[in-house]
Ligand binder design. Structure first.
Ligand code: GZL
Length: 371
């Protein structure tokens, strides 16, 4: 019987260790283009030779399974490869759940397809893997397959995003509070506008994803407190650069000259929106006519923030694998473990902006980032 510790551990230090330890997670600035092709199942992927990952796993205060000799088999049903954030998250899992650290990782890129993700989880159950990790594409539709995992006696960790199923349907959760991210974005905008009017366009994330629902809920809660704000429209850009560009092009056709704020639910959408506005001769950023708010604070997103093209960028930390590994280690050793672990976020603003809700970007901050 798994022994849950029903407490919440803020994973700042743990994630910091993960960020420092997982040198492999030091994501070189990926070009602001579509993420690379889908990841091959990890059986084919070369194990990461990142010694630092081993340090990170060891740093987590739990002996890497390699030291105990037994290999732990882990299935990770990953959302897809839609964004730079997702690429960093996938790399982080491959660094931490490596053969050197005593794992056999089956990471399946589910290409943002619910049916593929459910099938991947059912295959993990058929293969009788030791642990199953799910980054759920959507919040809905999980009860049946989670019951099947429970019936098979396989612990399930929900990671990154949230699901509608009750907490008794899975064994642990590691992720971020996307509603708070939305609230932070709204609070910063209110501080920045200081009573001025806002006509807002929102490029949302993938339909049904908890990150989309949370950011919308949080931002809209703040917007409801400002009668001088109007949300003109919101459409899904599916967390991709192409999606962000297509939606922004459509918005420009409908609302050109009427909007002064664009909220993008992730950096890749923001890159696409910037391309569309540039092509239409619309200026944006600290010196432009349109304020851009983005989420994720990936390397390129923070470079654009440092350059003043993005006014505010709310972080969502993808470096979560070491925290999940800690939970699995404790489960494996029959020890108490954290049932819920919240990965801390912060926010960043362009140089020249001072804010109680966000840190002003500097070259040093960008140089110190690991993704
Ligand atoms: C957030 C994560 C989201 C990111 C996007 O926790 O699930 O999915 O914000 C990613 O970049 O595609």
């Amino acid at each position: 019987m798994l022994r849950k510790k029903l407490s919440v551990l803020l994973a700042t230090a743990m994630v910091a260790a993960a960020v420092v330890g997982c040198g492999g997670a030091d994501q070189a600035a990926a070009p602001a283009a579509e993420a690379p092709a889908a990841e091959a199942p990890a059986e084919d992927a070369a194990p990461a030779d990142d010694a630092a990952a081993e340090d990170a796993a060891a740093d987590d205060g739990a002996e890497a399974p390699a030291a105990s000799g037994d290999v732990i088999t882990v299935g990770y049903a990953q959302v897809g490869h839609e964004s730079d954030w997702r690429t960093a998250n996938t790399q982080n899992y491959q660094d931490v759940f490596s053969a050197e650290n005593g794992y056999e990782l089956s990471l399946i890129d589910c290409d943002n397809d619910n049916a593929v993700q459910l099938e991947a989880v059912r295959n993990f159950i058929t293969q009788q893997l030791d642990y199953i990790i799910i980054a759920p594409i959507e919040t809905a539709g999980w009860d049946t397959v989670l019951q099947e995992a429970q019936d098979a006696g396989i612990p399930v960790i929900i990671a990154d995003r949230e699901i509608d199923a009750g907490a008794d349907m899975y064994d642990a959760w590691v992720g971020t509070n996307t509603k708070n991210e939305g609230i932070t974005a709204g609070n910063w905008l209110a501080e920045y506008l200081n009573g001025e009017e806002a006509n807002i366009l929102v490029i949302e994330g993938s339909v049904g994803a908890s990150a989309t629902l949370g950011r919308s809920e949080g931002f809209n809660e703040v917007a409801a407190q400002h009668s001088e704000w109007k949300i003109l429209d919101s459409q899904s850009g599916d967390f991709t650069q192409d999606g962000g560009q297509e939606v922004m092009e459509s918005f420009i056709k409908s609302y050109e000259g009427q909007f002064n704020v664009v909220v993008c639910h992730n950096d890749n959408e923001a890159y696409g929106a910037m391309d569309a506005m540039k092509a239409a001769g619309i200026t944006y950023g600290v010196d432009g006519d349109v304020i851009i708010i983005s989420f994720d604070a990936t390397h390129d997103g923070l470079q654009y923030t440092l350059d003043g093209a993005i006014n505010c960028n709310v972080e969502c930390n993808p470096i979560q694998a070491a925290v999940v590994a800690e939970v699995i280690q404790k489960m494996h050793n029959g020890e108490d473990y954290e049932a819920t672990t919240l990965v801390n976020d912060e926010a960043f603003v362009a140089p020249g902006i001072e804010s109680q809700y966000a840190t002003t970007m500097t070259e040093e901050i960008l140089a110190g980032r690991a993704y």
